[in-house]
Design a protein around this ligand. Structure first.
Ligand code: GLN
Length: 199
């Protein structure tokens, strides 16, 4: 059973824990360095990225998180979690930083007032059929995809909302709020193949 964590400083970490457990993983909340050291992969949930960033530094987790990401730990970030994984963040507030790792630029709250929150079906070739029902809540958008990362999905207007780069996966939207867990399953597959390769 893959042992994975969900960063539990803030945001909808409980929903991710439930999804991962439902998929057969041994999933635990991560709030401190010793808990991070015990997991083979991490989900960074949705929430408020500026608060999550601040708490990660207050709890002494930002440094250890960056180190694990650089060492190749599989990480899946949703929404605020995607922002945490982006190398560059536009419209950051309160001196917010990111952990980085994904060679992308994201813009926070990119959909403005009227489209603050919305749902749509996205076809994602890597995940096959049917399309993924995507829930966006004050979501970021990926404005630039650098050469190391690649886009998994775009909206009809061409804006990128899901990316992958090696062991890192990120979505602007919230699969944990639907009943389609193919992104979580893809993350767990990455964790399994990495731990198998290390054994
Ligand atoms: N707007 C939030 C942020 O900038 C993200 C929203 C979400 O995670 N649902 O961090």
């Amino acid at each position: 059973r893959p042992k994975v964590g969900v960063l539990a400083l803030q945001g909808d970490f409980r929903e991710h824990l439930a999804v991962l457990r439902g998929l057969g993983a041994d999933a635990v909340p991560v709030r401190r360095e010793s808990e991070l050291a015990a997991v083979d992969g991490l989900v960074i949930p949705g929430g408020e990225s500026s608060v999550m960033d601040k708490l990660s530094r207050t709890f002494g987790l930002a440094g250890p998180l960056k180190k694990r990401i650089a060492e190749g730990m599989p990480v899946y970030g949703t929404c605020a979690g995607l922002i945490m994984l982006a190398d560059t963040v536009l419209d950051a507030i309160n001196g917010q930083q990111s952990l980085g790792g994904l060679d992308i630029t994201v813009r926070r709250n990119a959909f403005g007032n009227q489209l603050d929150s919305f749902e749509t079906d996205l076809s994602i070739p890597e995940l096959g059929e049917p399309p993924v029902h995507a829930v966006f809540i004050r979501a970021p958008v990926v404005e630039t995809v650098g050469p190391k990362a690649h886009a998994l999905s775009t909206l009809p207007d061409g804006r990128v909302v899901a990316v992958e780069q090696g062991n890192l996966l990120g979505t602007s939207f919230h699969p944990e709020m639907t009943d389609d867990y193919r992104f979580h399953a893809r993350f767990l597959d990455t964790v399994r193949s990495r731990t198998a390769a290390a054994a």
